[in-house]
Design a protein around this ligand. Structure first.
Ligand code: NAD
Length: 426
């Protein structure tokens, strides 16, 4: 597939990433891949260019290059594309070139403006939101042993109560749904009288299984020991409970036992007595409320986590806080043989355009993108150079205010120091 682009150019010095096997996430990455990049709104204008040059430096230091293709969304798109927020050029480039990265986009509060982030994820079916949470030496954390955390959360990205199937109080539609639920489905004593808002929580076999499969495949590829399915199936039996049943089915039916081992009754029983085949990834389940507790009390027991959309939203922010918060929390959206890296944080309008924001989250999102591309050495180099920078006390304002004896630097200065460290470490 090759699109016609209207207002952006495909870089002549790069080559497109090719798909070898879509279902198995196999890509053929050329030495100079074309990688679309959206710098983003607000602080995206600061952290976007900073992260771009750090990632280029890491690629070059490991004998490669990146042919960046600047594409636009949000404010920068409205200026160039007659008020359009998400032009076809941008969606098509991310579709065609398979590996892309974006900064934050502002979602104004109010009706009539769909989240661009959600639109991008849905249009291109990026169905897994992936967030690694690991500790970087020198980052201020509220925990006594933040270094115990080294988890990767896989959050389902397309369904659950986030699917947007809901009806506003006072409308004819919401009353129609109420009548159907009460009269036809027999829940006539469940809802209070008077105004009501109703939403639907769809959890499908397809959505659940492909998410859990991605998490298990990731665990196998990255030598992780365990995948924990996190749900509230004791209460929401036919949605969250079913998610976990389908997830366990994937573990039991799609992999040999000595590769993936579905732990029996792991919700209620201790695993101490279970005989796990040597080297196998264990798949277990935990209730979401208990999990938020275990994550703090037994941090080092968790590895890869897979869960429905809402649980994932809460849990990944809570996990991020344990290792230093938004300024450093990376993320990415995975589809089948496609990745769109993006930090967890938003556009922080108050700090926009002041060369102050922390580019670490976007830089480390790029690390995740490199990892997906199979550029493992470049990925490790980025991580080590960021860690070296922070642990030597060179930090942006957000970390400096929680540290003693650190030097506060600008976004640009931070990125330049990371690049120096890339050169020193390479
Ligand atoms: P936010 O993440 O922009 O900011 C929350 C707090 O964290 C602020 O105090 C901010 O200054 C700080 N912060 C965030 N990133 C930082 C960084 N890199 N360095 C230093 N400090 C940082 O969240 P918000 O204020 O709730 O949202 C602002 C806008 O961003 C909204 O329009 C929202 O919809 C959007 N948003 C976009 C994304 C995305 O693009 N994926 C994600 C979340 C929010």
């Amino acid at each position: 597939m090759s699109y016609d682009y209207d207002k952006v150019d495909v870089p002549a010095d790069g080559e497109p990433v090719q798909v070898v096997d879509e279902e198995n996430d196999e890509l053929d990455i050329p030495e100079t891949p074309i990688v679309p990049i959206i710098h983003g709104d607000g602080i995206g204008k600061d952290v976007g260019p900073a992260a771009q040059k750090v990632l280029s430096a890491a690629a070059e230091a490991t004998g490669r290059d990146i042919a960046w293709m600047r594409v636009y969304a949000g404010e920068s798109a409205r200026e160039r594309y007659d008020g359009e927020n998400l032009p076809d050029d941008t969606v098509n480039a991310i579709d065609e070139f398979r590996v892309a990265i974006k900064g934050p986009l502002t979602t104004p509060v109010g009706a009539g403006f769909r989240s661009l982030n959600v639109a991008l994820r849905q249009t291109l079916d990026f169905y897994a939101n992936v967030r690694p949470t690991y500790y970087l030496d020198g980052v201020p954390s509220p925990m006594k042993k933040p270094e115990d955390m080294n988890m990767v959360t896989f959050r389902e990205n397309t369904e659950d109560v986030y699917a947007g199937i809901e009806w506003e109080q006072g409308t004819e539609d919401v009353e129609k749904v109420r009548n159907f639920v009460e009269e036809e489905m027999g829940f006539d004593e469940t809802m209070h009288d008077g105004p009501i808002g109703i939403g639907i929580k769809p959890i499908t076999e397809k959505g659940s299984k492909r998410l859990v499969r991605k998490a298990i495949d990731y665990a196998i590829e990255h030598d992780r020991d365990k995948v924990t399915l996190v749900h509230k199936g004791n209460i929401m039996k036919f949605t969250e409970g079913q998610f976990s049943e389908w997830g366990m089915e994937v573990a039991e039916e799609e992999y040999p036992d000595d590769e993936v081992f579905a732990a029996p009754d792991s919700l209620w029983e201790t695993q101490d007595d279970i005989d796990i085949p040597e080297g196998a990834v264990m798949v277990e389940e935990r209730l979401a409320d208990a999990m938020l507790q275990w994550m703090q009390l037994r941090t080092d027991e968790f590895d890869v986590l897979a869960m429905p959309n809402l649980n994932g939203d809460y849990l990944s922010d809570a996990a991020g806080a344990q290792i230093g918060g938004l300024g450093i929390a990376p993320g990415a959206n995975f589809g089948d043989a496609r990745v769109l890296a993006e930090p967890v944080h938003g556009s922080a309008p108050k700090r926009a355009g002041q060369d102050q924001a922390n580019p670490t989250a976007l830089i480390l999102s790029g690390r995740l993108m490199f990892d997906y591309m199979g550029w493992k050495d470049a990925a490790e180099l980025v991580r080590d150079a960021v860690e070296e920078t922070i642990s030597s006390g060179t930090v942006t304002y957000d970390l400096e205010r929680n540290l003693e004896d650190a030097e506060k630097v600008s976004t640009t200065e931070f990125a330049d120091t990371v690049i120096e460290n890339i050169h020193d470490l390479a």
